[in-house]
Design a protein around this ligand. Sequence first.
Ligand code: GUN
Ligand code: FE
Length: 442
Amino acid sequence: MNELLIRGRVLTFVDEPNGLEDTASYRYFEDGAVLVRAGRVVTSGPYDRVKGLATADAEIADHRPNLVLPGLIDTHLHFPQTQAIASYGAQLLEWLNTYIFVEEQKFAQPEHAAFIAGRFMDELISNGTTTAVAYCSVHPESVDAYFTAAEQRGMRMIGGKVMMDRNAPDALCDSPERGYDETRQLIEKWHNRGRAHYAISPRFAITSTPEQMEVSRTLVAEFPDCYVQTHLSENRDEIAYATSLYPDAKDYTDIYARYGLLGDKTLLGHCIYLDDREVSVLAETGAVGVFCPTSNLFLGSGLFDRDRFDRLGARWSVATDVGAGTSFSMLETMDEAYKVLHLQGQRLSPLNSFYRMTLGNARALGLDDRIGSLHAGADADIVVLDSSAKPAMELRMRTAKSLVEELFILQTMGDDRCVAEVYVAGKAMKAKAITRQGALAR
Ligand code: GUN
Ligand code: FE
């Protein structure tokens, strides 16, 4: 069986870092290697030891002096919004109506959905992201396009059809029955097929009637192994509107709680204006608050209060939220995350940033046995990062004195130019993006 020996400065986390000095939270091998066989990590560690375990004919990919890390993970974005990034001048509700609900209608056309799905996956890979959780459009065909493009590339991807039955154009609305039937069929078709996982996706309380929320509850009860994703507490006008539509609910969080949608497979985009009661409900149910810094700044939504989540013991993850998010790059996302927290007097250490993009997000998805670190048996989803990829970074790196400083430079100055190579289930992808080979290029 063909083996691949990936050599470089290997960095992988084993736990959440506590501050800048927490060397116990990660493993770092200056001359390290990852041995890959059949799409899985056999072992990772010092090059000499790992090399000793490889077969004589193992292929060697020498990435020195670059860093070798687990592939990055994005826990919330919208695949049909790929061409809507940088839509000018509006906050959430106006932005949805003016730009997004127009853009998403294009995904009724399977050819368009397939074209964008391919470009979307290649863009993730170019940015070092090997697993992501995305909303598709209301059209089942968009989900087929999404998972087909992921399967062609061998990627572990999570996604689902958005359910909406009010407060959106007719062309984007299903109904409680259709939302249920189509979601059920898509789960049966895609969930756990290869590396695909399904996310039941009522868009948010504003665009789902109580009847559709009931249907979501039924789906979650019938398919407890699926993810659930929705949006929560992103914008003050949104909160006022959502709570007015569900007058019996204590607050926005309680709307989802009442319909049984909160559990440890639930991902809640944004969670900016939650009070202690609401964050405590997330802590009790295990639901994850998803911090989307570039989106929250771009739409003028607000600042995610990470310390409140930590104080109350609630789980949180990080994500781009493209197309309100302005970049597919998790490095650029963590750069903005640092600034959002800094504005509130909170700190995000570079170690914690890199933990969050890898093992932290994998734990948020309950997938840390498979992705997010380079332990024996993990999927061989790997990113190779060049900290000197840009001239200004190369200059800055000359003065860097530690690994932690290098990570901070990478997150603050880096982007897709720093991604030297990406392996998906052990296959080198960066130079081989399917659309770059011309098949679908336009
Ligand atoms: N809330 C409901 N839908 C969306 C969306 O598509 N993007 C963002 N940022 N927030 C939402
Ligand atoms: Fe979103």
